[in-house]
Design a protein around this ligand. Structure first.
Ligand code: NAD
Length: 471
């Protein structure tokens, strides 16, 4: 909690930054592809030459393994920057639109102008990637940006501040650190676009604040992404992919499979494969998972307690811990934990878990599972495992989600040509590549008419009988 005096100081800093960027954003309307790519290339160079600093910051925040930082924080940012470098000139081009007969002589185009001054609010779970990835899109679209990293990962937040300070003038990109107070002061300003990544609950607060100024929003939210395993699926393949994605980043991934649906008859062999996958990823010899260099920690005590409460609630309502369950509170560590005997009244089936707990629900027929998925808010991702393309198609057609992935998990996030985002409760708007560029751009309709001529002239008043008969 900040003191009143600190809030006043922060407010006046935000006011100044906002005014500075708002003014600068107007001059950026005519920024060239060369200028925009200049920013992105320098950002990319900085990331490449400070890999170790990024790895160390993430490790200090929640013992994220260096390789995991390479794969999930550094690589996606580099790849997004490279994709912009290769394609921005093409995306920025005005598009000539066809001319219907009634518009003969006119010229119609869509042009992509920068929306202007943008605000990027990032979460803690991929704190570098989810602050800097959207920044690449903002720069590509020609916007200024204030970046607000998460207060829960202070080392990464400080590194982002240093990086932006070394790379940009404050009129172009600036960082405001802090928690809810900083976020809410920022949200009170009339930005031209808000790009928020975080929980659905805070997404609603952001959208309400945006409504005050009718600011456009991109909301990248969370939710419960199901993994549905069909009767004919390859169980070993499904178990390995689900376990690897679920326990990556200690389960703190927006597109982690939140829970599994499996035919009753396949449950036990599936659980055996999950156990083998966990052992092979994190256990060497007789050493416990706490010794694994490849398993990160729950971000802080508050989230550790929240996750332990989910586990306790499930146990009290009859769930059984099939795999894992051991915790070390001083380290905010919970082993990869798999629960069975699940029912929908348990909190693990009602809230986004966002931690290393995997509930495995059984079903007697697929329609039952699909009906339960459809009773819940629409998820960010839905994973279906089956050997039959008909079954996959059926699952995808009967459900709604931000992304549908067959026989894999989370891979869509890394695909440069696919839009990334949710639907309703899991998000509004899309990011990545051209989709991110479009979020930060205003698609402007531009129509040019010849002087002294308009096909609409016969429709000008006075409206006589002849005109009334025209339609
Ligand atoms: P969060 O919503 O608590 O916080 C996100 C950001 O909002 C932080 O910067 C925080 O300081 C700020 N914030 C928090 N409370 C606020 C308030 N009352 N008013 C204004 N700002 C506030 O989310 P989190 O805990 O950092 O991240 C976890 C959530 O984010 C999960 O739901 C996860 O699924 C989601 N997520 C989504 C994506 C995606 O791409 N769709 C990616 C990562 C995480």
């Amino acid at each position: 909690m900040l003191l009143n005096q600190e809030i006043d100081l922060l407010e006046s800093k935000i006011d100044k930054l906002f005014d500075l960027q708002k003014r600068h954003s107007i001059s950026l309307r005519k920024s060239t592809v060369h200028e925009r790519l200049g920013h992105i290339k320098r950002l990319r160079e900085w990331v490449l030459s400070h890999k170790e600093d990024i790895q160390k910051a993430l490790y200090a925040d929640y013992r994220k393994p260096y390789t995991e930082t390479d794969i999930t924080e550094i690589y996606p940012v580099l790849s997004e920057a490279k994709h912009f470098i290769s394609n921005l000139a093409h995306w920025m081009k005005s598009k000539r639109m066809p001319t219907p007969l009634t518009f003969l002589g006119t010229k119609a185009q869509t042009q992509y102008e920068p929306k202007g001054a943008s605000l990027i609010i990032a979460p803690w779970n991929y704190p570098f990637n989810l602050a800097i990835g959207p920044l690449v899109a903002a720069l590509g679209a020609g916007c200024t940006a204030i970046v607000k990293p998460s207060e829960m990962t202070p080392h990464t937040s400080a590194l982002i501040r240093r990086m932006i300070g070394e790379l940009f003038d404050e009129q172009m990109v600036a960082v405001v650190e802090g928690g809810v107070e900083a976020s809410q002061l920022l949200l009170s300003k009339p930005f031209d676009h808000l790009f928020f990544t975080g929980s659905p609950a805070v997404g609603k607060i952001v959208m309400k604040a945006a409504a005050e100024h009718l600011t456009s929003v991109t909301l990248e939210l969370g939710g419960k992404s199901p993994a549905i395993i069909a009767e004919d699926a390859n169980l070993k393949d499904a178990a390995e992919k689900i376990a690897a994605t679920k326990f990556l980043n200690c389960g703190q991934t927006c597109i982690a499979p939140d829970y599994v649906f499996i035919p009753n008859s396949k449950r036990d062999p599936f659980l055996q494969y999950v156990k083998e996958a966990i052992d092979s990823m994190y256990k060497s010899g007789k050493k416990g998972i706490e010794k694994s260099p490849d398993y990160s920690r729950i971000v802080n005590e508050r989230h550790f307690n929240r996750i332990m409460h989910l586990l306790q609630d499930a146990s009290e309502k009859g769930a059984k811990i099939e795999i894992g369950g051991k915790s070390i509170p001083e380290e905010n560590l919970l082993e990869p934990t798999v629960l069975v005997d699940i029912n929908p009244t348990m909190l693990v089936m009602q809230e986004e878990i966002f931690g290393p707990i995997l509930p495995v629900m059984v079903y007697e027929n697929l329609e039952q599972a699909l009906a339960l998925v459809n009773e819940m808010p629409k998820p960010l991702a839905l994973y279906a495992f089956s050997n039959s393309s008909r079954t996959i198609r059926h699952i995808f057609e009967q459900t709604s989600s931000g992304a549908s992935v067959a026989n894999d998990c989370a891979l869509h996030f890394l695909h440069p040509e696919l839009p990334f985002g949710g639907v309703n409760n899991s998000g509004i708007g899309k990011s990545h590549g051209v989709f991110g560029f479009l979020e930060f751009s205003n698609q402007k309709a531009v129509l040019e008419q010849r002087i002294g001529f308009t096909a609409a002239k016969p429709l000008f008043p006075p409206y006589n009988m002849a005109k009334k008969k025209m339609i």
